[in-house]
Design a protein around this ligand. Structure first.
Ligand code: HEC
Length: 126
């Protein structure tokens, strides 16, 4: 192989590597967009009055005129290292406080299982 074809070869392999890198970057991006769509759905469910209506009582950053009768929903992963505990609170708040004002979203089927999962994922991202 002469010098010229050697350098062509290295250019070609460099191109090949960068092409495969950018393909995987695009795939990763699509994956995260899918994830953020689900989070967006969870957010809508949390904010919609006829569904979660969490803002009636809780402050959520980005939510308009939140209530303040309940703890602000911030730093959730620090405060709920176990996501199952967070889910249980949203599923049936009466387990922790028999006189809670918080609707029993799962137990009373205010939210379907799928909707509850999306809300939990969204709240966990806060
Ligand atoms: C009618 C008022 C009300 C609504 C609506 C409401 N909550 Fe609550 N929530 C409370 C109160 C009050 C508490 C404090 C604990 C208690 O008294 O049961 C609480 C506690 C919580 C907690 C535990 C917070 C902590 O820091 O310990 C989470 C998580 C939570 N709510 C999530 C939600 C989500 C998600 C929604 C919407 C799907 C929602 N809540 C809707 C009143 C409400």
């Amino acid at each position: 192989m002469n010098k010229k074809s050697k350098s062509l070869l290295s250019i070609a392999s460099a191109l090949l590597i960068s092409a495969s890198l950018s393909t995987s970057a695009v795939m990763a991006k699509e994956g995260s967009e899918e994830g953020s769509n689900a989070l967006e759905e969870g957010k809508n469910l949390a904010f919609t009055r006829k569904k979660g209506n969490c803002l009636a009582c809780h402050l959520i950053i980005g939510g308009i005129s939140p209530g303040n009768i309940a703890p602000p929903l911030v730093a959730m992963q620090q405060r709920f290292p176990d996501k199952a505990v967070l889910r249980a609170q949203i599923y049936d708040a009466s387990k922790n406080n028999s006189e809670t004002m918080m609707p029993l979203f799962g137990r009373y089927e205010v939210l379907t299982k799928d909707e509850l999962d999306k809300v939990v994922d969204y709240i966990y991202s806060l």
